[in-house]
Design a protein around this ligand. Structure first.
Ligand code: SF4
Length: 355
């Protein structure tokens, strides 16, 4: 084992946080934790991880579940495609592997929702196999330690860093080493103001030695998220609300939500600025309902990773029903809690309490 890896590993063993997925080597539980941790903070994930494994303790129990039950548990965690893919992965393990979690990198990589990083994490943490798991944290840590000045968003830089990590994995300690790099990136070698004085490898770190910790890693600036503007319709009649699972042109596939009508207006509209006739025509044409009274209920701005939704929420009453498009359904208000409604729409529906 080289000195650098040894120092890192020793540091991890005496400083690691006590996280629930560090008490298991069950590949299924590790897959659940890794998928939940994609783009989500540890503190947020912990209660979801416990709830999820209580409800679906095994691959078989998850595979047998209804998709709505899975998504309902995912409510509030965001990026629902992760929950959907986890469900599909469990079904694939049952169908293709007889319910036994696959044990080769290639098989794990073929599970829905499992990319190169997650497959590496599962193989190393659950099976102690020497596969690198390189995410944004690891790219940052390694580019600083090795003083890599190339843009970490480029595939060739990622390739180079993956090779470095592969060579650093100490024999027989792959699982701990994967977690070492993750832990150092999360708690010491943070994106801003890394705690170099507490770092076990400050002496070996080129970025620290050359005072480059604020310029490494080199990372191309992300484009600003695009803004989409909508009218979000609260159509409520006799304790029922009109919902749909179809939101074309959005990321929320198959999730329950209120009807949306996209508007190309450049700036948010105030209550008396929008064109009521246009809106009425849209509601009639798309949904099959004539609305005779529309009141502005508020605004909701929801930020996704690559997109921002700005929604003018309209409370529509005194409706006459024509031929209601079957993609819309009336749902009892008291049943809302049992449906997988993503937070963007939950915040819209919450405005009902203020009307
Ligand atoms: Fe990161 Fe500083 Fe440690 Fe280098 S010395 S790895 S920059 S925390």
């Amino acid at each position: 084992m080289n000195q650098l890896s040894k120092k890192l590993l020793n540091w991890y063993r005496s400083n690691k946080r006590d996280l629930p997925w560090r008490h298991t080597s069950d590949p299924y539980a590790i897959m659940v934790s890794e998928i939940m941790l994609q783009q989500t903070r540890v503190d947020t994930v912990i209660p979801y991880y416990h709830k999820f494994l209580e409800r679906f303790p095994t691959v078989a129990s998850l595979a047998a579940a209804e998709e709505d039950d899975v998504l309902n548990l995912w409510k509030g965690l965001g990026y629902y495609s992760r929950g959907r893919n986890l469900h599909k992965a469990a079904k694939k393990i049952i169908a293709d592997h007889g319910g036994i979690f696959p044990q080769t990198f290639e098989q794990v990589r073929r599970l829905p929702g499992v990319g190169e990083y997650t497959a590496g994490a599962i193989m190393s943490i659950a099976f102690n196999q020497p596969y690198p798991a390189v995410d944004g944290n690891v790219l940052r840590v390694i580019s600083r330690i090795h003083g890599i000045n190339e843009d970490i968003t480029l595939p060739e830089t990622k390739e180079r860093i993956t090779t470095i990590v592969r060579e650093m994995i100490p024999d027989g300690h792959a699982g701990d080493f994967t977690q070492t790099l993750m832990e150092l990136g999360a708690t010491v070698c943070t994106p801003k103001s890394p705690l170099c004085k507490e770092c076990p490898v400050a002496q070996e770190c080129r970025a620290f030695q050359n005072q480059q910790t604020d310029v490494l890693p080199v990372k191309q600036k992300k484009e600003k998220p695009a803004i989409q503007r909508f009218f979000a319709l609260l159509l409520v009649e006799e304790q029922k609300i009109l919902l749909t699972r179809s939101h074309p042109g959005t990321l929320l596939k198959n999730m329950w939500g209120v009807p949306l009508i996209e508007t190309s207006e450049e700036k948010p509209l105030s209550a008396d600025e929008f064109d009521l006739n246009w809106l009425n025509r849209q509601v009639a044409d798309r949904i099959g309902i004539q609305v005779h009274q529309i009141k502005h209920a508020g605004k909701v701005r929801h930020v996704f990773t690559h997109r921002i939704w700005e929604m003018e929420v309209l409370h529509c009453t005194q409706c006459t029903f024509e031929a209601v498009n079957p993609i819309y359904q009336w749902v009892n208000l008291q049943d809302l809690n049992s449906l997988p409604i993503p937070s963007a729409f939950a915040r819209v529906i919450d405005l009902l309490d203020k009307i």
